[in-house]
Design a protein around this ligand. Structure first.
Ligand code: ADP
Ligand code: ZN
Length: 735
């Protein structure tokens, strides 16, 4: 990959006079030159406002001026903001990602300044503290306030009035009398200071060994990467908490990245139990006020630990000292829209630019990460056993050809027996199916018509509880019609295949006494309802859990002993290069929910392919042979991580235009040793949100700078404004 960052960041000279180039958070090719007014001093990294057309925009001084535009024609910088500059490492990181993902640097910068208003001065509030002598005139109301204030805490007028049970007029009287003094404080609540000794876990030998290795890496300083490879329930969290504690002891900040779905209350509570305070959070559900608070706290160093989703990587840490990526194999770390980066990979980049350790944790590491372990780039820290008395669950396949469910049902007799046994013992069972809704396809019995999304190349999924058909790709939704939209026959529509709602229906029929919880993103809106559901399960207010992948991760339910995977073959159907790897990871993760405490767990995989290597690996608990086999296949075919891939998605509303651009692209890519270009081919989702889509796939050996090749190729083709060419480096989705 090309990078000219070394000269870009050669910013030791103190202040920049004359001309600087300013990067704006826009999808434009690069920074623009601006004149520095004679009375202004700016430096690389400074936040400034500049004119662009008739607008005034926030930007960052990126480099010395390029001199491409005559000085007398340059517009001047309007204002330099009085805030900490963007660090050199963060600027390098922005440029690195831009060149790696072939995105405009301004589009990446946008990710780094996505807290509107965070650069404005923080709002203040006035609080009052007992200061002067008590006034001569004492009333019962005044006595109450004085008594309350004895504790020495500063409070707002309203807090004083409310807590003392008096009117604000009484409080004001005391302030006017000089009994209270005013103090100005930031309106934002301060961040808690983690107490490193608050409640240290007593680590097992394996945990202590791993924690020591991490601590040593932190003491050594500098970049290093480690894989914390521990079976589900082995206590990886306790281990990386010790690494976080070490970084904090060094006076530095820590970032813990979780796949969005796992950002649950349970994790935050665990952090609080260990460190005595909540970490700062960063994810898409934050209010804009909270966003500002966190952004500022991270920039001024008062937020010591951030737990966040992938975009937390772009926060302006004052002094970041470690990144932990939990569940590193999760595809949720891949951003699929706009700048398509993989937060796991970019964490490694950020750690290497910042010169500190990065820790990837997983029970089912990605092949990418394992290859880095095998070739010695990453340290390998292993936790081979579950913590405490818990043992790994026994996993078995149910051959659906031999013991099929009744017609129109989805649970096989052996699985039903296992659930019944668990119920009889007062234990819990979980049924997993990674499919939302009631049925994935609605079909007309009379004419065979299948109901499709009008905007996408996909079937509409029936959601029976909501009485709607909806598209899982674009969100289109419509009521379930009573007659077939094609032949108008009444009552002819039938639901084909199961979603979780249908499994829940079957459970209610078969186990009418059991208390059921249905967990999917459709009925758990927002983190609090998710947390409620988790608590109900943990408190044994639920006997049988039916859920999508939302239940797969991270939770500890001591009474959960039976896990049934309704359709273990589901993930293997889409033939993309990681189908087997992902199915293994997901089902292993789901299996890991069983038997987390004293009671041993059993996992049942309903499958039509019991001989498949994924099923065999799960049954035998043979992860590494499975990964090695995958590695051999990928190496032989030159697929990642042994080769590089870039996907191009050409899309537009007019199919003719899309075809024309695709033909032009097909004509203009040059032949180069070590590179193959596949396509154009209609994307599997050939219509998405009303846009027609065509794909190319570029594959190269690792030795080739595939980005340069793609950039050069695209530069040869003129693309009309109505057609979009999206570039996906290291694609994870092939739809
Ligand atoms: P993993 O992330 O590896 O799946 P967890 O970190 O969630 O595992 O740990 C599993 C369970 O074991 C949790 O309930 C955790 O609190 C407990 N645990 C792990 N290590 C210890 C320890 N050293 N002392 C006490 N409890 C522990
Ligand atoms: Zn759709």
């Amino acid at each position: 990959m090309s990078s000219n960052s070394s000269d870009l960041f050669n910013d030791d000279a103190s202040h920049k006079v004359g001309v600087v180039s300013v990067l704006l958070p826009l999808g434009i090719p690069g920074p623009y030159d601006y004149a520095v007014p004679p009375t202004m001093k700016v430096d690389h990294g400074d936040f400034v406002t500049v004119p662009l057309g008739s607008r005034e925009l926030l930007g960052v001084v990126w480099a010395d001026g390029t001199g491409e535009v005559g000085h007398n024609r340059l517009k001047p910088i309007i204002e330099r903001l009085d805030v900490p500059p963007m660090s050199r490492v963060l600027r390098q990181f922005v440029d690195w990602i831009a060149s790696y993902t072939l995105s405009p640097p301004g589009a990446v910068l946008r990710l780094a300044i996505r807290a509107p208003g965070a650069l404005e001065p923080a709002a203040m509030r006035t609080v009052y503290r007992l200061a002067g002598p008590a006034p001569d005139r004492r009333t019962p109301g005044r006595e109450k306030v004085l008594e309350l204030a004895q504790d020495g805490f500063a409070r707002t007028t309203r807090e004083l009035a409310e807590e003392a049970g008096v009117s604000t007029a009484v409080v004001r009287g005391l302030i006017d009398a000089g009994t209270f003094e005013a103090i100005e404080l930031p309106a934002d609540a301060p961040f808690g200071a983690p107490d490193l000794e608050f409640k240290k876990a007593v680590l097992s030998d394996a945990q202590a060994f791993a924690a020591d290795q991490l601590t040593q890496r932190l003491e050594q300083g500098g970049f290093s990467a480690q894989l914390l490879d521990g079976v589900t329930g082995s206590g990886k969290t306790e281990v990386y908490f010790e690494a976080v504690a070490k970084a904090l002891a060094q006076g530095r900040q820590a970032l813990i990245l979780l796949p969005e779905i796992a950002l649950t209350g349970q994790f935050l509570e665990r952090f609080e139990a260990r460190f005595g305070c909540r970490p700062a959070e960063w994810h898409s559900d934050l209010s804009s006020r909270e966003r500002k608070r966190v952004w500022r706290g991270i920039a001024d160093g008062s937020a010591r630990v951030v737990v966040g989703a992938r975009s937390a990587l772009f926060l302006p840490f004052a002094d970041l000292g470690i990144i932990v990526v939990d569940e590193e194999h999760e595809s949720a770390f891949k951003q699929e829209e706009g700048v398509t980066y993989n937060a796991r990979d970019m964490s490694v980049v950020r750690a290497s630019l910042g010169g500190f350790p990065v820790l990837l944790a997983s029970a089912t590491p990605s092949l990418e990460t394992m290859v880095n372990v095998w070739n010695g780039k990453y340290d390998h820290l292993v936790l081979p056993e579950r913590h405490g008395p818990a043992v790994m669950p026994a996993v078995g396949a149910i051959d659906m050809r031999a013991t099929p469910p009744e017609r129109g049902e989805w649970l096989s007799p052996p699985l039903m027996r296992a659930i019944a046994e668990a119920m009889a013992k007062g234990e819990q069972a979980m049924l997993f199916l990674n499919r939302r809704g009631y049925a994935p396809l609605t079909l007309c019995r009379t004419c065979g018509h299948r109901i499709e999304c009008p905007q996408c190349d996909s079937w509409l999924v029936e959601h029976r509880f909501r009485k709607q058909l909806s598209c899982h790709h674009c969100g289109y939704s419509a009521p379930v019609p009573s007659a077939c939209p094609s032949c108008n026959e009444e009552d002819a529509l039938i639901a084909c295949g199961p979603g979780v709602e249908r499994i829940a229906e079957e459970v209610v029929q078969k186990f009418p006494q059991a208390r059921l919880a249905l967990l999917s993103s459709d009925n758990l809106r927002g983190p609090s309802s998710h947390a409620d559901a988790i608590r109900q399960i943990a408190d044994h207010e639920v006997d049988i859990i039916v859920g999508t992948q939302i239940v797969a991760k991270g939770h500890n339910f001591p009474l959960l002993t039976v896990v049934g995977v309704v359709d273990a073959d589901l993930g293997l159907e889409n033939g993309d290069l990681r189908a087997a790897e992902r199915t293994f990871q997901l089902l292993h993760q789901v299996s890991g929910r069983a038997g987390r405490a004293e009671r041993p767990g059993r996992v049942y995989l309903q499958t039509y392919l019991p001989e498949h290597p994924v099923m065999q690996a799960l049954i035998e608990g043979a992860r590494d042979p499975f990964l090695e086999r995958e590695a051999v296949m990928r190496e032989r075919t030159g697929y990642p991580p042994y080769g590089r891939l870039v996907a191009l998605i050409i899309s537009g509303e007019n199919p003719k235009q899309v075809q024309a651009v695709s033909r032009e692209l097909a004509r203009s890519h040059g032949a180069l040793e070590g590179i193959s270009v596949f396509g154009p081919a209609p994307a599997p989702l050939a219509l998405l949100r009303g846009r027609h889509r065509v794909r190319f796939l570029v594959k190269s050996t690792r030795a080739i700078a595939i980005q340069d090749y793609v950039a050069e190729w695209l530069s040869r083709v003129k693309v009309p404004g109505a057609v979009r060419v999206a570039i996906d480096v290291d694609p994870y989705s092939f739809l």
